[in-house]
Write a protein that binds this ligand. Sequence first.
Ligand SMILES: CC(C)=CCNc1ncnc2c1ncn2[C@@H]1O[C@H](COP(=O)(O)O)[C@@H](O)[C@H]1O
Length: 233
Amino acid sequence: MKPKVTTEAHLLDTVHRHEWKHRDSWRALRILSEFVDGFDTLADLEPAVSVFGSARTTPDRPEYALGVELGGALARAGFGVITGGGPGTMEAANRGAREAGGVSIGLGIELPFEQKLNDFVDVGIDFRYFFVRKTMFVKYAQAFCVLPGGFGTLDELFEALTLVQTKKVTRFPVVLLGVDYWQGLIDWLRDRMLQAANIRKDDLDLMLLTDDVDEAVAHIARECDYLRKAAEV
Ligand SMILES: CC(C)=CCNc1ncnc2c1ncn2[C@@H]1O[C@H](COP(=O)(O)O)[C@@H](O)[C@H]1O
């Protein structure tokens, strides 16, 4: 089946330049409505954590079990669980949250091929634009948990790190789950990026790397507690 051309692909298209003048200003209204939808749906959300990871993880993989375990532990600690609403690790985290009686949120994205929100999403929104959806992941989460994944997962991880590094968000815990998977990336960041002075040493401290779900959740809860107290002062 031929993939369909999505709304976001039309916006980013550089071939039909003649459309820019007449169509893009109307697209801006559609983008605006997408922000309004997101804000309206999520404004009353209790504290939540965004969980990222591969869309391709199958239920027989250990990463899927890790996602279920994490979703459950976050829910039991009182956090809602926000994912991209898709398959794989997203589904696993939503599933863990739902099964533990927590709030399971899925922020889906229109893609060139047919896809619906996974079956474990209780509060779901479908976005057309990645950049609008990414705002929601950050705005409505107290922390990010990043499980093994590909380009999409790295995009979400590095967006969070950039926002913290540039102080657009403060004290935003970022947890990498899966030491074996992520260690090579951390080594590269330290041995190449830091050596080349493209980041500072304390930028590396922005991430907690662990295999231990309880440690991850305790770290997030501690940081959130600090922020809550700071807000009360
Ligand atoms: C099987 C397949 C490719 C499905 C794609 N369906 C998707 N549905 C929802 N979010 C997605 C999808 N693909 C990528 N993402 C976003 O990017 C991340 C996963 O990308 P990746 O698989 O690591 O690179 C997720 O955390 C999610 O926010």
